[in-house]
Design a protein. Structure first.
Length: 261
């Protein structure tokens, strides 16, 4: 009789444990089914932190990226930018004095393909490639001091320099995501073709020798700032006003910080 009661007690205990575990598992599955799926953030606003380092603190550019299907996205950047400083021109012959005025405009866009085979997460995260287009416009009025030993000229020269650049190319980049909401977007490689147009006017009549000296120094500085420039200002029948167009290598390198929503 005692053995029968003991067996019955053990059976009830085992059934009770099985019931409790089954109920717990069922509740867990129900809880999982009610849990919300992880939210996808398809929009990103961002700020370009590279341009201020290259073109000065007057360069303020914001961007927007929108994720499309199949790990693809498009983005656009727009803002103001500044002509790079020409303070590197500081020799006995030619010295940069004062910036009289300056302004600039930037707009660019790209279409990105996030490589699903290379990336662990969905877009916009990880490695991407794609085509890009960029437009930059700069205008700057400058005051210079020119000293020519050849002609004996010594005095100030005011110049008004304008530059427009259209660039098309292919980019390779990587996008990091931190705490779901924040991102760092790095365009690591962006070779392309740049189409440059320069417009320059002077308010001072210079002799051919003085003009040659002025443009020699100016062209060297512009070549240092713009890799695609080939030093063509001042050639031909240029006297007080002229323009020059050239095609050369273009490039794109950019670091942006963003917020996803």
């Amino acid at each position: 009789m005692k053995k029968t009661k003991s067996k019955s007690f053990k059976s009830v205990l085992v059934l009770s444990i099985v019931f409790v575990l089954t109920s717990f598992n069922g509740n867990a599955q129900a809880s999982d089914s009610l849990a919300k799926p992880e939210r996808e953030f398809k929009n990103t606003i961002r700020f370009n932190i590279t341009n201020p380092l290259i073109f000065g603190n007057k360069s303020i550019i914001f961007g927007y990226e929108r994720v499309l299907k199949n790990n693809q996205s498009f983005s656009i950047n727009i803002g103001q930018t500044g002509f790079p400083s020409l303070d590197i021109i500081n020799s006995e012959e030619l010295k940069a004095n004062t910036i009289l005025s300056e302004r600039g405009f930037h707009i660019s866009g790209d279409y990105r393909f996030y490589l699903s085979k290379e990336n662990k997460y969905k877009a916009p995260r990880g490695v991407y490639i794609g085509p890009y287009y960029g437009y930059n416009s700069f205008e700057k009025e400058h005051n210079w001091t020119l000293n020519s030993e050849t002609s004996g000229f010594s005095g100030d020269v005011n110049s008004s320099l304008g530059l427009t650049i259209n660039t098309v190319g292919i980019e390779l980049g990587y996008r990091f995501v931190f705490w779901k909401r924040f991102s760092v977007d790095m365009i690591l490689l962006g070779p392309g073709v740049g189409f440059y147009r320069w417009d320059l006017s002077l308010d001072t009549n210079l002799s051919p020798e003085d003009s040659a000296l002025f443009f020699e120094k100016l062209n060297a500085a512009l070549e240092a700032k713009f890799p695609g420039y080939e030093g063509t200002l001042g050639e031909g029948d240029f006297q007080k006003k002229g323009s020059s167009s050239t095609t050369g290598l273009g490039y794109r390198y950019m670091v942006q910080v963003g917020y996803r929503f």
